[in-house]
Design a protein around this ligand. Sequence first.
Ligand code: ADP
Ligand code: MG
Ligand code: MG
Length: 895
Amino acid sequence: MANTKWVYDFGGGASDGDASMKNLLGGKGANLAEMASLGLPVPPGFTITTALCTAYYDLGRKYPEELDAQLETSLKTLEAKAGKEFGSATNPLLVSVRSGARASMPGMMDTVLNLGLNDTTAEGLAQLSGDRRFAYDSYRRFIQMYSNVVLNITHDVFEDILEDFKDLQGYELDTDMQAEDWQEVIVKYKAAVVTHNNGKPFPEDPKDQLWGAIGAVFGSWMNDRAIFYRKHNDIPASWGTAVNVQSMVFGNMGDTSATGVAFTRDPGTGENLFYGEYLINAQGEDVVAGIRTPAPISKARAAEMGSDDAPLEVTMPDVYKQLTDVADKLEKHYRDMQDIEFTVEEGKLYMLQTRNGKRTAQAALAMAVEMCKEGLITENEAVLRLEPAQLDQLLHPMIDQDAKAAATAEGRVFVKGLPASPGAAIGKIVFDSDEAADAAAKGEDVILIRIETSPEDIHGMHASKAIVTARGGMTSHAAVVARGMGRPCVCGAGSLRINKELGEVSVAGETLKRGDIVTVDGATGEVFKGRVAMIEPDLSGDFAHIMEWADKARTLSVRTNAETPADVEVAKNFGAEGIGLCRTEHMFFDADRIPVVRAMILASSEKGRKEALEKLLPMQRSDFEAIFRIMGDKPCNIRLLDPPLHEFMPHSDEEMADVAKGSGVSIEVLTHRASELHESNPMLGHRGCRLGVTYPEIYEMQARAIFEAAVNVAKETGVAPVPEVMIPLVATKAEVALMKARIVKMAEAVLPKSDIKIDYLVGTMIELPRAALRAADIAQEAEFFSFGTNDLTQTTLGISRDDAARFLGDYEKQGIYEKDPFVTLDIEGVGELVQMGTERGRSVKPDLKIGICGEHGGDPASIAFCHKLGMSYVSCSPYRVPVARLAAAHAALKA
Ligand code: ADP
Ligand code: MG
Ligand code: MG
């Protein structure tokens, strides 16, 4: 460690780092260095690396020895660049201390501005700037921010003092405060610090302040909010955060100063329109905090929003022009939409941050396609710009325009705010994040309504279907976080009056209560009373382009798990290239079938079973016909009956009586039979091919139904279906051999000799560890494998999925399993079996068709693994099909 460079300088002519060093310098630090090197106006500073954060925790929250000297050197360099001195009474250097992880974590880590101020340097700043009010305004901001971030004293302590002071003076606004007023308030602030900080005074020494702030940034890496955000965004704790120390520029020096944020394109829709917000005479956090609602930057945007506030384009046209030039330069340089932060100090523009902007799925899609058409990026890059998980949002409903017009005519618009994050949702009103989380845990759809949100609300926002806030602009915390999460969001609905205690929210005398249903349209900013109908999304246009490019890039085929004609149809429209799993038992639950199924199960003789099966045969056949008709010449994998029979058992006396009546057997006999069938561990009991072993007639009936259906549809449509008959829960080659012989015999009996040729396969699920281990044997009989990773996970981990809820959460929390292994494949363990099964199977049959049909077939990380193994296909639920297509393309392009 002795030779490690922990501190990297940037700006003022020379930078040690660049944009490629995000892992070490964090996103913010790397991009500050890069912007400085591009010749953009960046206040100079230095970055303490993410490696130091890791070292700090490794050393038990202590810094490596060499840091001190390196920091001193960089501070000296910074003083020279800035032409100011840290702690000087006449020419003080002030800095901001900013966190910055590899991946941007908005609002997670806390920034301290104006650091270096104390009674002496504040007076120095006053003299130097010739603006006492500005100097003491900066000072009081610093005390509050530092106390909050570093000393954990809540903002309201300071806000209360300020409000009381203003009341006493008869002031309305903060801007009524004069320098002397601020000085008085500062004395009160400091007294409050002593009270709330165990009697310790506010640190006067700028060096102490600096170390305190640095420690707070590193400390915040492990706070609950950061941990929560990382968990939900798959960011490992080991990455660490960097700390940026940067000389201050001031947006609060009067009416020629300002601060703002901008996006080079619209992050909500993707439209190529410069877009942003700013506040005159303000400092950084003012914009994000949503306390004052900022004005739009451009005339076009102001007009679109119907805003009366003068845009930057009007108030500071030169700065605006410069800013748009910078935006163009940055976008061309990074070849992506940029999210930028800037400050104007007395007419001079400074860049404080740039990063690839977060965007809604809709915007990501529109931008990727447009940038590709502009020639800025290639088709493959466009494909990579859209996160598979994000795609989900585009596949979900939006508000139906006719229903909306009707609702509007009925006067059901409750409030209109800013369209902060598109998409629509219906749910019950809640006013509190904990309440939202609780309700969501019970399976309720809730809409979170807040005055504004803060990082403490992340879990509540996550739990809600949509978020509505009274305050804050398009770049407020709520807006940014909601877009990142893909939650519809309406911000700045200023006419909302929220009374959390009473559980009420009202607009112009109209009141809704906690639990009332509302519909939120994040695309327009409207909130409706009651439900408004939604429609399915549009899958043409940009969506079709990206999917076409993704299909070109991927090698994995994508199928679907579906059995009802409606689901099969949806999946086909979403691009499914076959059925990877048709669960025949799902077809048995229909009201008109279940009594027959029950009669079959409860029959105590083969004869009784056969009678029932005779009745089921035409039903199954017509099911398969419907599927074959939709799927045409695409392969259809049909799994023979799998679940424990008890799942079909009558539960109530009434149901029992029905079965008795239907099958002409007495209730007593039936009850006795039911108790015979009881199993203590049905998941490992009489199910899967074990049913086929003991009741051959069941599988024979199903095989017959499949082949007869194939022949019928081939005759009817002229297109021969491609059935794949799948045997579940196999452990041995002998099981496959036995089942297969019967299936083939049935095929030979049913399929015509000449005119129509049906190509069918008989294969097996691999869902028991033994099957994966003995895959080479099994492949001698099986014509395909499909990894049933739900059961394979259960049986490998020895965890029953139905009972896992009680403890799996704790396992995840304590990092025993990084993720829920039923959602993302446990690649180390279960994955090793999948790999082994694939390799061993193909060692016997090199072309063996291999797929996956567990939940994991729709999970992007698991899909990447399947791609790596060279599987033939993945199969997932219908709505996941596009996600899987895109994930398969990502896997191929990143390989
Ligand atoms: P976040 O990661 O939450 O966006 P930042 O570190 O970017 O936090 O800081 C928030 C805001 O503080 C910035 O957008 C900027 O307006 C202001 N800020 C940070 N550093 C400086 C600085 N050196 N001079 C002026 N303003 C600053
Ligand atoms: Mg912050
Ligand atoms: Mg920032």
